[in-house]
Design a protein around this ligand. Structure first.
Ligand SMILES: NC(=O)c1ccc[n+]([C@@H]2O[C@H](COP(=O)([O-])OP(=O)(O)OC[C@H]3O[C@@H](n4cnc5c(N)ncnc54)[C@H](OP(=O)(O)O)[C@@H]3O)[C@@H](O)[C@H]2O)c1
Length: 284
């Protein structure tokens, strides 16, 4: 049994403990993957893994922070947890080292956070942490797992960017928008290289508009518009991956906004974005 479990296709999902990452992980588990949920909050990851576990099939759990393998709640499941702080380079490496010899066929980089405020006022430490998670961790994990996937003859990498990454900029969330533009640009460039050499590995970027997740609460802001259902976004993401789309832009209104941002003068788009972002400020 242990060997059989070791051979099961693995999907690593950073940020798999909540929001879009959790929905993606749950849908991958439904499709027969053993999912590895990565995040900092071990308790949260356990709860998420238990929820995925309710889908039935058996899998083992690898403990994080250097611990030995540990079963979630002591019973079978489709999920493993790997507590890990992706803002730290050595933690990104630790994640890779823990899984490099296992059949990782899907990597989803969903972990991310937002920082809100005028650029001159936001906290530098918070912003550099955001850049480390939203950009460096995505960069490192994609680079590290990509070559192993190519050697094994296939794999799927999805980087959760944002429609923010397709905009000319986002006043009051300027660093977040810039970080997501980095993810979009990196993914597009890598995807083109992969296609040019007929690589069996897929790389794509998911660019949702606002989604109803804890993201806003964590960033200390309120949603300016009603967010999309994360389950629907996850389903669209997997469908986009199946079609090997490099840019997956879920939702009709989101697609329209992104298309308009391409066509309109960037000054006008920035002005609209400024108005939208200003509405996110909490006014208690
Ligand atoms: N919600 C939206 O409107 C929206 C729209 C477009 C794009 N996105 C993007 O979608 C992705 C997922 O966000 P979400 O909306 O699902 O929000 P979320 O529920 O807050 O998910 C973010 C996840 O990232 C993890 N994370 C944060 N910092 C981390 C760190 N240092 N190390 C490891 N994990 C870390 C969190 O887990 P821990 O706290 O346990 O570490 C959490 O599970 C993000 O990249 C976000 O930028 C969101």
């Amino acid at each position: 049994m242990e060997n059989k479990q070791k051979k099961r296709r693995l999907a690593i999902v950073t940020g798999g403990g909540s929001g879009i990452g959790f929905c993606l992980a749950r849908q991958l588990a439904k499709r027969g993957f053993c999912v590895v949920l990565v995040g900092r909050d071990e308790h949260h990851l356990r709860q998420a893994a238990k929820a995925i576990d309710s889908y039935g099939e058996r899998a083992e759990t690898v403990g994080g922070r250097g611990k030995k393998a540990e079963a979630i709640g002591g019973h079978s499941g489709n999920a493993e947890i790997f507590p890990c702080d992706l803002s730290k380079q050595n933690e990104c490496r630790r994640l890779y080292e823990a899984y490099r010899r296992r059949p990782v066929s899907v990597l989803i980089n969903s972990a991310g956070l937002g920082v809100y405020g005028e650029f001159g006022d936001t906290d530098l430490a918070e912003e550099t942490e955001m850049l480390a998670v939203n950009c460096r961790a995505v960069h490192m994990l994609m680079k590290l797992f990509l070559s192993d996937m190519e050697r094994r003859g296939g794999g799927w990498i999805l980087n959760v960017a944002s429609s923010a990454g397709l905009m000319p900029g986002g006043p009051y969330m300027a660093a977040y928008y810039a970080a997501k533009a980095y993810v979009v640009s990196l993914t597009r460039g890598v995807a083109k290289e992969l296609r040019a050499r007929c690589s069996p590995v897929y790389a794509g970027a998911l660019c949702p508009g606002p989604v109803d997740t804890p993201f806003f609460e964590r960033a200390g802001i309120r949603a300016a518009v009603k967010g999309a259902d994360p389950e629907t976004v996850a389903r669209a993401a997997l469908e986009g991956m199946r079609r090997r789309q490099t840019l997956i832009v879920p939702g009709a209104s989101n697609r329209l906004a992104c298309a308009a941002a391409k066509l309109l003068p960037s000054g006008s788009v920035l002005a609209v974005n400024r108005r939208i972002q200003a509405k996110k400020r909490k006014t208690e």
